[in-house]
Design a protein around this ligand. Structure first.
Ligand SMILES: [Zn+2]
Ligand SMILES: [Zn+2]
Length: 207
């Protein structure tokens, strides 16, 4: 007899409920079929389980400390389907705003964000892509005005990326300050000399 771990509701009569396997792979094997939640309790708790899934280095799948199965009863007996997560925002399959529009992404927006992250993480890849596109465009003998414009934009973008990467912490260059200082001292010296001389001259005239 299965009951909800949270509210102790009887689950055998329910059309749907959720089975949670928590822990690493071996732990999950042991815990199998022991942790069940009713639909309401899963709804309340599912946000809190998201930290148990972390994106793998390849960014194509999750490292899971939890696997969730939706248990469905029907006339044929029953079935179960795994509840996955959006690869960008970790939304569970059953909370997608737009279901199944993109495999592994809850929405078009999340897929776009993923691409953006990739470019940020790897400026080299972005640069390679830009160079390839620039070369393609340069090879064209008769470029349309749109292609001409694209080429210009891509070149600017590439120059910007290359500029960012070659930026190194620069040592302050003191030369202009030293030259400026010498000139300033010189001017002050000349003026002082001039005024002193003038002052002396006036002084002499009154005597
Ligand atoms: Zn419950
Ligand atoms: Zn998402």
């Amino acid at each position: 007899m299965d009951t909800c771990k949270e509210c102790s509701k009887q689950l055998d009569a329910e059309k749907e409920y959720f089975n949670l396997n928590i822990g690493d792979e071996t732990e999950r094997k042991w815990n199998k079929n022991k942790f069940n939640l009713c639909v309401d309790c899963w709804g309340k708790k599912k946000e809190g389980y998201k930290p148990l899934i972390t994106l793998k280095k390849d960014k194509l799948s999750y490292e899971r400390k939890i696997v969730v199965w939706k248990m469905i009863k029907n006339q044929a007996g029953g079935s179960m389907e795994e509840i996955g997560n959006c690869l960008t925002c970790k939304k569970w399959d059953d909370e997608y705003e737009v279901r199944n529009r993109h495999y592994n992404y809850c929405s078009l927006n999340c897929e776009k964000n993923k691409d953006k992250d990739d470019n940020n993480d790897d400026p080299e890849r972005a640069k390679t892509q830009l160079r390839q596109r620039i070369q393609e465009l340069e090879k064209l003998t008769n470029r349309t005005s749109e292609q001409e414009q694209e080429l210009k934009e891509k070149r600017e973008e590439l120059a910007k990326l290359e500029g960012q990467n070659t930026q190194q912490p620069q040592k302050t260059n003191y030369t202009p300050w030293i030259i400026g200082g010498v000139i300033l001292v010189g001017i002050v010296g000349i003026l002082t000399y001039y005024f002193l001389k003038k002052d002396k001259k006036n002084h002499d005239e009154y005597e």
